[in-house]
Design a protein around this ligand. Structure first.
Ligand code: GLN
Length: 182
């Protein structure tokens, strides 16, 4: 989360941490960071955050999810742990830990036409991929093998990778644009 805060503050945003339902009302956009999606899911339910976040997403609040955050924005999770839920909002099926144990983490340069040049230097850490996406979802980036790793639908943005750790700030700019427009 610290890296997201640094990037967003660098872009001029006023950033606060949301841990409780009442704190959600004080923000105009939300970043769901990486981590372990099943743990974030469990904690969000334990702290009464699931319903408020679902309601905020349905009301059009801009949300950017990276890695585990992308999993939490997916309507369907493949290879989730038993009972794992998501907030949903993106009509996608996401496969957790899609690169298996041999290739836990890797970095690559990704062409993202929406962001122009240069390509995005992307860090994948036990990352998910988008296995299928409905017609409402725009694909922003694919790996060389065609697998989808960045998507958008209205004010929702998700990436399998972590742009916040490499000094890349264009995805956060895109997110802030939707916050300002919302
Ligand atoms: N593998 C993690 C999960 O399933 C995601 C890893 C990450 O966020 N870097 O939630």
């Amino acid at each position: 989360m610290r890296e997201h805060v640094r990037v967003l503050e660098g872009l001029g945003a006023d950033v606060g941490l949301v841990r409780r339902p009442e704190e959600l009302a004080s923000v105009r956009g939300l970043v769901i960071p990486g981590g372990e999606s099943s743990v974030i899911d469990k904690l969000s339910r334990a702290f009464g955050m699931q319903d408020p976040i679902r309601t905020a997403i349905a009301a059009g609040m801009p949300v950017y999810g990276t890695c585990a955050g992308l999993i939490l924005l997916a309507d369907r999770i493949i290879d989730g742990i038993a009972g794992q839920e998501s907030f949903g909002g993106l009509d996608i099926a996401v496969r957790r830990n899609a690169f298996g144990s041999q290739l836990d983490s890797f970095e690559t340069d990704l062409a993202v036409p929406e962001l122009g040049d240069p390509p995005v230097h992307a860090v994948f850490i036990r990352a998910p991929v988008v296995e299928s996406a409905g017609p409402s979802v725009q694909t922003l980036a694919r790996l060389d093998d065609g697998r989808i790793v960045a998507v958008r639908r209205d004010a929702l943005l998700g990436t399998s990778f972590h742009p916040e750790v490499t000094g890349e700030h264009r995805f956060h700019e895109l997110f802030l644009q939707t916050v300002r427009a919302a």
